[in-house]
Design a protein. Structure first.
Lengths: 335, 488
């Protein structure tokens, strides 16, 4: 009887000791874990320098680049986002050079200043990959972008779908006034060529270029609205970037021109996808921006490691219209 | 372990329990402190980085300011100041660069240090150009340096800001964790405390319980129950020792009592035998006496003799025979009964008469008794043996005429009978022996009626239920003896 009591109390004491020790240790390690919480360590740093870094288009491209970089233990930073001041592209390039980045992903243009900066960076041993828009005469090691001509062809085909036999289809292509690169021109010629080579010659298409003032932050919206103030509206408006698409969509809604003006947009932001669902925007061409970002990091790393890479890579282009928009909406929500 | 625990003394056991419970509390507190220390370390780290960046920023300003001072005034003092500041700044960069890790913030810091190095180079070149008076060159380099200065400043600010935001987030997480830790810690301490108290109470209870059991046994033993069953214990501690000793003691007491009982039984048996023998002896004596003579036959014979002596007109013989017949009748009838004082006095008259006839009137007997006392009750055969004692030991052994005085009186509300002789007297030793019942004279049984002094005293004491029933006084040798018997 007494022995039993001894055994019972011994078991209780043992369990109590172990329990106390266990809980105590759990406490200690719990606190220690907090102390040891470590951030990811990277081996290199690439600076990604783009103009409109806040748009979903570039955010998505950056996300792709960042992901690819993280997979390779490379830190990809979107230059200027963390800085309190708003620096110009040239300043951001200089910062990247001075701060000795391991590589630069640059949304270039064909300006001389840009060429010089790229060349200076390369001279300092920093490799540069241009993204989306190129600076062909510089020493950049690779360009990752959209085949402008191919994109133009896609737009051309969509334009032709809108045409009605016996009527003249007026098409306005919005181009940015400051874009002194060749990309837009190539794209425009892609549309032009597709329209010109149409099989049904009964269809009449009148293509025109409309300049959109993008010299400052808010002028795009203003100049698109100016378009709607005019007497004669085009039947189809082709927008070549995300901001133009969004502004045009808003203008069509505001001026009550839904159904009268067909919009062919660019990129797949939530707003644009919603507009397609509501049939305000007929179709949008989208670039796989994430892929674009990934390709840049790949090209840069490849070049750093083996000294060579493909000079030119294109990313996939897709057309989204009311027939397949739902799938993209689902994907967007999933993201 | 259990047996080792059992082998410990009570003090050892309690000491171990207290040490263990204190150890548990100590370890718990140590772990909690360790945890708190870890968390507070994290809080420290939150602000250390900001401090570092601020130091770097002020050193940067020092370089820029002193450079500008030199460029504008070109004094040797300002140049000296510049070199000093530049040295501090460069050292700081070198020092801090070592600890930079490859994290996101680490790379921002790396950028700052890279730009700072470029800045130092540019500043050096600017100063160089200024000293060489190359105006155009130092102007452009100054602009470049200032531009980089701006970049660095902007970076430091941004990094500070980012860090602050990150740290604030971390801080709130840490704080939350700290609170949670605090609450959980309190619960843990409460748990440990309650658990400890519970276990201490239980363990000490387990140690003490045999003692309580022992106390229960002791109570039972003190109440006279020696037949208790004591549970055997294996414990080697003091309580175990005491329990075993108690167990042995109880067994010993039991055995002792048994022995005592047995010896008392034997003694009792012996006494009974002795008494029985005495009774038998007395019985035998009585039977012997009775067998010798049938009392009725004796009385009839005596009566016949008395009538005969009356017919023959022998009056003295008649009286004598009458007295003898009365004496024996009384003796046979009233030996162990309650009689009156008057009857006892009559018996003495018969006895004295018979004696005087036997011993030719040697004994002078005087009696003073008030009639009011004659009906008092008392045990029979008390006074005659005393008178016989006076005659046999007091008077017969003296020379001259023996006298016996009998007085019935009252003293302090008690009625007494005083029997006094003028015989040889008694020594105090003999008086004490007589009163204590130890006196055994070499008596000739045939000369007595068989009732001794010890018997008289014993019966008186039994009757009165007290000890002071008789007094014996003797002034000395040949000065006589007085017996005082309290009748009431």
């Amino acid at each position: 009887m007494r022995k039993k009591r001894y055994v019972g109390i011994s078991v209780i004491t043992g369990v109590f000791f172990l329990l106390t020790l266990g809980i105590g240790l759990a406490f200690f390690y719990n606190a220690r874990e907090l102390q040891q919480e470590q951030e990811k360590l990277y081996k290199a740093r690439y600076a990604m320098i783009v103009e409109d870094k806040k748009t979903p288009f570039w955010q998505s491209a950056y996300e792709g680049a960042r992901q690819e970089g993280a997979d390779r233990d490379i830190l990809v930073e979107l230059a200027g986002t963390e800085l309190s001041k708003d620096y110009s592209m040239a300043d951001l390039m200089r910062i990247a050079i001075y701060s000795k980045a391991d590589g630069i992903i640059l949304e270039a243009d064909e300006s001389r200043e840009m060429t010089n900066l790229i060349n200076e960076a390369v001279a300092q041993g920093i490799n540069v990959v241009t993204i989306y828009s190129d600076n062909a005469q510089s020493d950049r090691c690779s360009f990752v972008g959209v085949g402008g001509y191919k994109l133009g062809q896609e737009y051309g085909r969509e334009v032709l779908k809108c045409a009605v036999e016996g009527e003249i289809l007026k098409v306005a292509v919005l181009v940015n006034s400051t874009a002194n690169d060749t990309g837009q021109n190539i794209l425009y010629s892609g549309i032009q060529d597709t329209v010109d080579r149409r099989e049904n010659k009964e269809v009449q298409v009148e293509l025109s270029l409309v300049q959109v003032d993008n010299t400052n932050a808010f002028s795009v919206e203003e100049s698109i609205r100016d378009l709607f103030m005019e007497e004669e509206l085009p039947d189809v408006i082709v927008c070549l970037d995300e901001l133009n698409t969004t502004c045009t969509y808003q203008a069509v809604v505001d001026y009550n021109k839904v159904g009268l003006v067909k919009i062919l947009g660019y990129y797949e932001s939530d707003t644009i996808l919603k507009a397609i669902e509501r049939k305000v925007i007929g179709a949008t061409l989208t670039v796989n921006t994430e892929q674009m970002g990934r390709y840049c990091v790949k090209a840069l790393t490849e070049y750093r490691e083996i000294g060579t890479t493909s000079q030119y890579s294109t990313v996939d282009v897709k057309m989204i219209d009311s027939s397949n928009v739902s799938q993209y909406v689902v994907d967007a929500y999933a993201k | 372990m259990q047996s080792r625990m059992q082998n410990l003394s009570v003090q050892g056991k309690i000491t171990w329990i207290l040490i263990a419970s204190n150890l548990v509390i100590f370890i718990t507190i140590l772990l909690l402190f360790g945890g708190i220390n870890q968390i507070s370390g994290r809080i420290d780290a939150v602000y250390r980085e900001n401090l570092k960046l601020n130091e770097l920023s002020s050193a940067l300003f020092g370089v820029q300011d002193s450079m500008e001072a030199y460029l504008s005034a070109r004094t040797s003092d300002s140049l000296e100041e510049f070199f000093r500041n530049e040295q501090i700044f460069s050292d700081m960069i070198r020092e801090q660069e070592k600890n930079v890790t490859g994290t996101t913030f680490g790379y921002m810091e790396k950028s700052i240090y890279a730009m700072a190095s470029a800045y130092v180079e540019l500043v050096d070149q600017t100063i160089e150009a200024k000293r060489g008076r190359n105006v155009e060159k130092y102007r452009i380099r100054y602009e470049n340096a200032t531009q980089v200065f701006g970049y660095i400043q902007s970076y430091i600010e941004s990094l500070n800001q980012e860090r602050f935001e990150e740290n604030s987030k971390t801080y709130s997480v840490v704080l939350e964790r700290f609170r949670a830790f605090e609450t959980a810690g309190s619960w843990l301490m409460t748990f440990v405390l309650v658990g400890n108290i519970f276990i201490i109470v239980k363990l000490i209870g387990t140690i003490i319980s045999p003692l309580k059991q022992l106390a229960g046994y002791a109570d039972q033993v003190s109440a006279g129950n020696f037949e208790i069953e004591i549970t055997p214990t294996e414990s080697k501690d003091e309580i175990g020792v005491v329990t075993r000793a108690f167990q042995k003691m109880v067994v010993s007491i039991r055995q002792y009592i048994e022995k005592l009982r047995q010896s008392m039984e034997v003694e009792q048996e012996l006494k009974e035998k002795e008494l029985l023998m005495e009774t038998h002896l007395k019985d035998a004596k009585l039977k012997y006496l009775q067998a010798q003579i049938n009392p009725h036959f004796l009385f009839n014979t005596l009566n016949a003799a008395a009538q005969l002596s009356m017919l023959e007109e022998a009056d003295r013989t008649y009286d004598y025979l009458q007295n003898v017949a009365n004496f024996f009748r009384y003796n046979v009838k009233n030996a162990d009964e309650i009689v009156t004082l008057g009857q006892e006095l009559d018996l003495i008259d018969y006895y004295i008469y018979i004696l005087n006839v036997r011993f030719s009137g040697d004994i002078h007997y005087e009696k003073h008794a008030d009639e009011k006392y004659l009906m008092l009750n008392m045990p029979g055969m008390i006074l005659q043996p005393i008178v016989e004692n006076c005659v046999r030991h007091g008077i017969h052994e003296m020379e001259g005429d023996g006298k016996i005085w009998l007085t019935v009186g009252e003293k302090n509300g008690k009625v007494y009978v005083s029997i006094r002789d003028n015989g040889v007297g008694m020594s105090q030793d003999v008086i004490r022996k007589v009163l204590d019942g130890e006196w055994r004279p070499d008596e000739n049984v045939t000369n007595s009626n068989g009732v001794g002094m010890d018997n008289v005293i014993a019966r008186l004491r039994l009757y009165h239920k007290r000890d002071d029933v008789m007094e014996i006084h003797s002034a000395g040798e040949n000065l006589g003896t007085e017996f005082i018997v309290y009748v009431q």
